[in-house]
Ligand binder design. Structure first.
Ligand code: BES
Ligand code: MN
Ligand code: ZN
Length: 475
């Protein structure tokens, strides 16, 4: 979707207008005239009051049509984004026009752009029938150019992550994903290294190798670096990149395996974020490490009871090969430590337990201190993503004591699984400020609503960009 900025009085021939009202049909700023022109009997007939989620498509005398959006009781960043997301899917012409950016709230422009570009996303690479959405151009009347371009970048990288995650694992091997990430990084001026199996072996990433051992497809480790001249601080990112999680020998049952092509959503989010930061030209150094591998079942697969040696930190007794994310992250955290960033954030679809605790829209954030967790929470609210802090409760560490190695990868209890995983990772995060984001719930949208489109959500990228922005602004 192409986003343009136009002045009022633009030619409307063939375009669809998008206007908004609050509950009780009170028009939003910029929508007054359009709403006044609608015969209220039409609204009565359609029972359209302007409640959140309502969308009404009407004829219009000069344009191709008018889409009226309900935003509910209050026009907010979230309510406008949701309304535009719902509205863009009701547009049946190539061009849409709106003045909703004029609503006088912080982030109105961003909300409109995100609603349209994220809500209008479709993944059609494997569809041979049906038709793509016709909307190609969105004209924003009297919008701020800088705000629009920033929002567009956040959406483009989110949709890039969605494309990677939506691609079936058959066509998304670790090497393919590495290639896709490198290609996008190149275009944004982000430098890259890709470690192949030999380099991963030479560097002694024993935990990544242990997970990869069960697959015929080789692992990769991607390192992206963005180093602008004016940078005063350095953000380190690590993303879980399991291209498919069968569970390994501790194999998953069929229903739990269905969605496991999503298990590289953390890697997709951090790659999208560093590319976004580079495209925005933020004055902050960012380094991103993405260990990529299948977790498969082969003759050489790691067995329960085997012990792995990550690049640094405790040796790991693998008692459940399905707790593989923390293994590859142990090595990812070891690699990022070499770069000595000021703050490390890892992102992973790590535990079903995080999804049980917080559901499908909210990610868990754990911080080495509450200050770090709060930085993520503040960034997330600017990005319109939802997080909740869970405790890094060190008392649970003893549940991870291994009989023969330094640590084991699961606890005996199935309770508190998201916390146990975070406590495990803390062993590899070292002493520097660190946050762990468990995105197992929100990595996939289960229904199409607002800016969410069923399938990969691209969750996390925009929050990470906001963390980077805040770091680049504080001196
Ligand atoms: N990739 C899964 C976690 C997951 C579950 C992500 C559901 C998205 C949706 C992870 O590798 C996993 O299998 N975790 C296990 C850990 C357990 C064996 C300690 C889990 O959560 O069941
Ligand atoms: Mn698993
Ligand atoms: Zn997994």
């Amino acid at each position: 979707m192409e986003i343009n900025i136009t002045e009022g009085g633009t030619d409307l021939a063939g375009a669809t207008l998008i206007a908004g009202v609050m509950s009780d049909r009170e028009p939003l700023a910029g929508s007054e005239e359009l709403v006044a022109g609608v015969d209220s009997r039409l609204l009565d007939l359609a029972k359209f009051e302007g409640n959140a989620g309502q969308v009404l498509v009407l004829p219009h005398d000069t344009a191709a049509g008018l889409v009226l959006l309900g935003v509910g009781d209050e026009a907010t960043f979230d309510s406008i984004r949701t309304a535009v997301g719902n509205g863009i899917r009701a547009v049946k012409t190539a061009r849409a026009v709106t003045s909703l950016c004029q609503v006088p709230i912080d982030g109105a422009t961003r909300a409109v752009v995100e609603g349209a570009m994220l809500g209008g996303y479709e993944y059609r690479d494997y569809k041979t029938t049906g038709e793509a959405s016709p909307v190609q151009i969105l004209d924003l009347i009297d919008a701020d150019g800088a705000e629009v371009s920033e929002a567009v970048i956040g959406c483009e990288v989110t949709n890039l992550a969605r494309d990677w995650v939506n691609t079936p694992a058959l066509d998304m091997s670790p090497e393919t994903l590495a290639g896709r990430i490198v290609r996008a990084a190149d275009e944004a001026g982000v430098t890259h290294q890709v470690w192949d199996l030999k380099r991963i072996t030479d560097e002694k990433l024993g935990a990544l190798l242990g997970v990869a051992a069960g697959s015929d497809r080789s692992p990769s480790l991607v390192i992206l670096e963005y180093r602008p001249d004016r940078a005063t601080s350095h953000l380190g990112l690590v993303g879980k990149g399991i291209t498919f999680d069968t569970g390994g020998l501790s194999i998953k049952t069929a229903p739990f395996m269905e969605e496991m092509k999503d298990d590289m959503s953390g890697a997709a989010a951090v790659a999208a974020a560093i590319i976004g930061v580079a495209r925005l030209g933020l004055p902050i150094r960012v380094t991103a490490v993405m260990p990529l591998t299948d977790n498969a079942v082969g003759g050489n697969a790691t067995r329960p009871g085997d012990v792995l040696r990550p690049i640094s930190g405790p040796t790991i007794e693998v008692l459940n090969t399905d707790a593989e994310g923390r293994l590859i992250l142990a090595d990812g955290l070891g690699v990022i430590a070499r770069y000595e960033p000021d703050l490390v954030i890892d992102v992973a679809t790590l535990t079903g337990a995080a999804r049980v605790a917080l559901g499908d829209r909210i990610a868990a954030v754990f911080g080495s201190s509450s200050d770090v967790a709060n930085r993520v929470l503040a960034a997330a609210s600017r990005a319109g993503e939802f997080f909740w802090e869970l405790p890094l409760f060190k008392e649970y560490r003893k549940q991870l004591d291994s009989d023969i190695a330094d640590i084991k990868n699961i606890t005996a209890s199935r309770y508190g699984g998201a916390i146990a995983a975070a406590v495990f990772l803390a062993e590899y995060a070292g002493e520097r400020p660190w946050a762990h984001l468990d995105i197992a719930g929100p990595a996939r949208a289960r229904e199409t609503a607002g800016e969410q489109v069923k399938g990969a959500s691209g969750f996390g990228a925009r929050t990470l960009i906001e963390v980077a922005r805040a770091m680049s602004e504080s001196v």
